[in-house]
Design a binder for this molecule. Structure first.
Ligand code: NDP
Length: 566
């Protein structure tokens, strides 16, 4: 029953105690029809939550979160079933889910699924596929919009659970849950904008015959969704929503560190009234339940989000089937911020700090490397250290705390090992300690850490640590910064601070799927569906098409060209 003790890092949200510049709201584009308000209004109109607007929420948001948190905390420790073919499923073995904030808090117990449970879930999804895929796409959209409504109805309750389970601060937790709703809505919008992807083609010039040619995108069949611990709502709901909108049926497995978020999301799909077997939920270790899913020939497509090592294992295993099947693998990052001598250093410092330490450095888009031109190196470092030492750390469900714990014991131990290695290779500018004072000792709290002067050939310049540790390197030129930024197997996000002309050069030369310039809200983090489609190049992603963007939903369908001769 011991909770699996391995990677679990936790998030926290953004708010350096001082030096908090006003967040500039993302400028909504007319084409964005989602991005739902979290509840209230502030001067100038409705507050619309995104990762770039979350720094200054209305007071009522805090009140609602606190009320929900109290209710959720009063009801901890339940046993949560799997959900297969429209029925609850228990397993012989269970595992405990404990909070990284305080390892004594048992959040719930969950089923340790088996290969048989996986086989049953796949069979249920297979049985449900014909009716779901033949259903009019408008009807599927109608049902999926009910899922969105379920999530939004419960947004505070779900966010409180995510905060407790992942260790996210309240704004990060609310963002994760709202993003799940927005991603599902985005995929519904995409289906509508493209008229269900049914496209008449030209009539070929046949003498004596009349040809009707149509291109139709059709679903593959049973789609598996495997998600990571750090965004357990958005990175489960988003891919599941896309797969379902496209007409596939789904078997979903959450990370072992975040089964509760998975179960709550599954309830939203269930309560929306999807037909039995369309959405199935299984829990259990990746090595058992995950493996059973990826080796099965009864799977037609998969979306995995997680680490490079597991992602590449899944990608290769999945390719070992009888024929090619789509594998959407979204993997890690080693994201760099580049700072020119012409940069606004205040903006650079706040953007880097937010992206380095938001969610405790456990975002795939976290800023883990900074390359700064030598003439402004000292000034930038001073500002970064000042901001970092002001970060408030503690129970992240409390309003005053911006950083929470890392996800689990393994991440906590890894932090110490990396800090020891880096202190031998370079200079720890600030941080470097596990935090054990008072009630922090019950959880996995680590100080945000800035490291300087590590030789360019050190292995940790290229290795994703996934912790609140950021390395700073002085460079002689932007060309050197660009060469080092690109010299990794990853290609997820990057940030730049400098002149507009330099920014154009940065966009043209950086090899990543998501690039930001001069952004105080986050140097490398904070994408939101409809504003910043999110995905990686190279070892960060298998498709080159980003979620929350115009080319994503098509990944879940294959094309059929239909010709009828009369
Ligand atoms: P992991 O790769 O450890 O786990 C991800 C998921 O894969 C979990 O559900 C895990 O299950 C499952 N899994 C593990 N082994 C197998 C297997 N053999 N077969 C099938 N499934 C398996 O990632 P983390 O949860 O630690 O998440 C952090 C990582 O995710 C980081 O590298 C981060 O960069 C990346 N990430 C990438 C994003 C992107 O969009 N590119 C977004 C968010 C995170 P279990 O937990 O039971 O082991």
């Amino acid at each position: 029953m011991a909770k699996r003790v391995s990677r679990k890092r936790s998030p926290r949200r953004s708010r350096p105690a001082k030096a908090r510049p006003k967040a500039t709201p993302a400028s909504p584009k007319e084409s964005v029809t989602h991005g739902i308000a979290v509840g209230t209004r502030r001067t100038g109109g409705a507050f619309r939550l995104t990762y770039a607007t979350m720094f200054d929420p209305p007071a009522s948001l805090h009140e609602k979160f606190e009320k929900a948190l109290a209710a959720v905390k009063a009801d901890l420790g339940r046993d949560h079933p799997m959900w297969i073919g429209g029925r609850e499923r228990q397993a012989a073995d269970r595992f405990e889910d404990r909070s990284p904030i305080n390892a004594k808090w048992v959040l719930g117990t969950f089923q340790k699924g088996t290969a048989q449970d996986v086989a049953d879930a796949l069979a249920a999804a297979r049985a449900a596929f014909p009716a779901w895929s033949r259903m009019k796409w408008q009807e599927r959209v109608r049902l999926l919009r009910k899922v969105v409504a379920q999530i939004e109805k419960r947004v505070y309750e779900l966010s409180a659970a995510v905060a407790l389970e992942v260790g996210k601060n309240r704004m990060e937790a609310l963002g994760d849950v709202q993003e799940a709703a927005d991603l599902i809505a985005y995929n519904c919008d995409a289906l509508e904008k493209n008229d269900g992807f049914i496209r008449p083609q030209g009539r070929d010039p046949l003498k004596g015959y009349r040809a009707t040619n149509v291109s139709v995108l059709r679903p593959h069949g049973v789609w598996v969704v495997v998600s990571p611990f750090n965004f357990p709502m958005a990175l489960s709901g988003g891919p599941a929503g896309a797969a379902l909108a496209a007409g596939n049926t789904v078997v979903f497995k959450p990370a072992t560190d975040t089964p509760w978020a998975g179960a709550l999301l599954a309830q939203c799909f269930r309560d929306a009234g999807l037909p039995d077997g369309v959405f199935n939920f299984v829990t259990g270790p990746g090595s058992v339940v995950g493996e059973a899913l990826i080796v099965s020939p009864r799977v037609d497509g998969i979306t995995f989000t997680g680490s490079y090592d597991v992602g590449m294992h899944i990608y290769r295993t999945f390719a070992g089937g009888g024929y090619p099947r789509p594998c959407v693998a979204e993997m890690g990052g080693k994201n760099a911020a580049m700072v020119s001598r012409h940069a606004d250093l205040d903006r650079a410092a706040i953007g880097i700090m937010r992206s380095a330490f938001g969610l405790q450095g456990q975002k795939c888009s976290a800023c883990s490397r900074v390359f700064v031109e030598r003439p402004v190196r000292d000034a930038l470092v001073q500002k970064l250290v000042d901001l970092t030492t002001k970060i408030s750390i503690g129970d992240p469900t409390r309003r005053e705390n911006w950083m929470g714990p890392v996800i689990n014991r393994k991440a906590y131990d890894d932090y110490r090992a990396y800090v020891e290695e880096l202190s031998r290779a370079g200079t720890i500018l600030t941080g470097g300690q596990q935090l054990t004072k008072d009630d922090l000792k019950q959880g996995y709290f680590c100080a945000p850490t800035l490291v300087d002067a590590v030789p360019p050939d050190h292995r940790l310049w290229k290795h994703e640590m996934f912790l609140p540790i950021t390395m700073i390197g002085a460079v002689e030129s932007l060309e050197e910064a660009m060469r080092r930024a690109n010299d990794v197997d990853y290609g997820l996000t990057a940030g730049f601070y400098g002149s507009k002309k330099e920014a154009a050069w940065f966009f043209d030369n950086i090899r990543v799927g998501v690039a930001y310039a001069n952004r105080p809200q986050g140097a490398t983090t904070g994408a939101w569906p409809g504003y910043q489609p999110f995905g990686g190049w190279k070892g960060s992603g298998s498709t080159g098409k980003n979620t929350g963007g115009p080319y994503y939903l098509q990944l879940y369908m294959h094309e059929q060209s239909r010709t009828l001769i009369e």
